[in-house]
Design a protein around this ligand. Structure first.
Ligand code: SPD
Length: 356
């Protein structure tokens, strides 16, 4: 076990209700912490990643008035915290936007964590990156122009690269540290940046989209982190309206859409916003990703008005695309059967999000 494993990660000093640390120096409370405080008002400001006794937990921590560590759950999944055994901590720094942590786990390979939330592990990243990329790209014939929002680790780019019809890929990631960290620790994902079709924009996606020509993209993939902190605006109506404008008629959006077990209301809100905004079909799909909360993650698929899109039956099957299965590395999770299966929903979800 590495030297750092087993120690609690260093936490900033407890801040008072106005964001002051109590030693006279002003500190701004990150928005994710404000959200945490709103959902757990009995606790004061928190910091992020927690490694205690050699285990990382998707919880947050702080010290109480007596200096004792206090743990509480992430507001996105109260009452539970998935843990991974830590071999060694490889990187931990605060960027301008979030805390970035990389550690070597005992069973899932290297893990990337942002603001205390697991973004990917080497073992199961294939499920998320392959599904979020190929569900939309295999649903339209010959996609040419693609935009990725977020996705700074490069994994989604790696998957888009399998599509030889694609001529241009814009990616807009706000946090350069995520890109740099991925290039250093996750070369199997960051390889996506090496594709000459990729045009990297480091900045705010909302600002980027404001200047994007209307109707430019065949497909947009929103590979965001959870809607706390920098990704908060990415589940709100104005953002979806901007995405719809940037798509050509009959263009497709695939948006990360959380867990059906934990976020039914958020999913319901996102679906109703998208039904109003995109005039074509709106569908929910999901996949198993063991290291995400509740072990699943969802994808919202929408299309603008235009040539009809049948998301449920891939018109552009990956098996028929020259070299796509083997490009850079073999597909590990996605295939046309998984594509179709991803849209089968449990009855409770159909009822709650009115998809019946
Ligand atoms: N709850 C975690 C959701 C993370 C979604 N983004 C992952 C980024 C991988 N490219």
């Amino acid at each position: 076990m590495g030297e750092d494993a087993g120690k609690g990660l260093e936490c900033p000093k407890l801040m008072d209700g106005k964001g002051n640390s109590g030693n006279g120096s002003e500190k701004v409370i990150p928005s994710c912490c404000l959200k945490a405080r709103a959902s757990a008002p009995e606790l004061e400001a928190k910091c992020h990643s927690t490694v205690v006794s050699g285990w990382f937990s998707e919880s947050q921590s702080s010290s109480d008035d007596a200096g004792k560590m206090v743990y509480f759950n992430n507001p996105m999944w109260p009452g539970e915290a998935h843990s991974l055994k830590v071999e060694s901590i490889l990187f931990k720094e605060k960027s301008d936007y979030q805390e970035v942590l990389v550690f070597e786990s005992s069973t899932y390979g290297k893990v990337l964590v942002l603001d205390g939330i697991v973004q990917l592990t080497e073992k199961d990243e294939c499920a998320y990156q392959e599904m979020i990329a190929h569900l939309p790209l295999c649903s339209i014939p010959s996609p040419k122009t693609v935009l990725v929002v977020g996705g700074g680790d490069g994994g989604v780019l790696r998957e888009i690269s399998r599509h030889s019809s694609v001529e241009h890929i814009d990616i807009c990631e706000i946090d350069k540290m995520v890109i740099d960290v991925s290039k250093k620790f996750f070369p199997e994902l960051a390889v996506g940046f090496e594709d000459p079709r990729v045009d990297l924009h480091v900045g705010d996606a909302i600002e980027f989209l404001r200047h994007a020509p209307k109707g430019k993209y065949d497909a947009i993939i929103v590979d965001s982190s959870d809607p706390v902190g920098p990704a908060q605006e990415l589940v709100e109506k104005p953002f979806f309206e901007t995405l719809a404008q940037a798509l050509r008629p009959g263009g497709v959006l695939c948006n990360m859409a959380e867990s059906m077990w934990l976020h039914t209301h958020l999913i319901e809100d996102m679906i109703s916003i998208c039904r109003e905004t995109f005039k074509g079909p709106v569908h929910y799909a999901w996949a198993s990703v063991p290291t995400y909360p509740s072990g699943v993650i969802g994808f919202l698929l929408c299309s603008t008005e235009g040539p009809p899109v049948d998301f449920l039956n891939p018109i552009n099957p990956i098996e028929k695309l020259d070299g796509a299965y083997l490009h850079k590395r073999e597909l590990r999770f996605y295939n046309s059967e998984m594509h179709r299966a991803a849209f089968a929903l449990p009855s409770f979800l159909k009822r709650e999000v009115r998809l019946l």
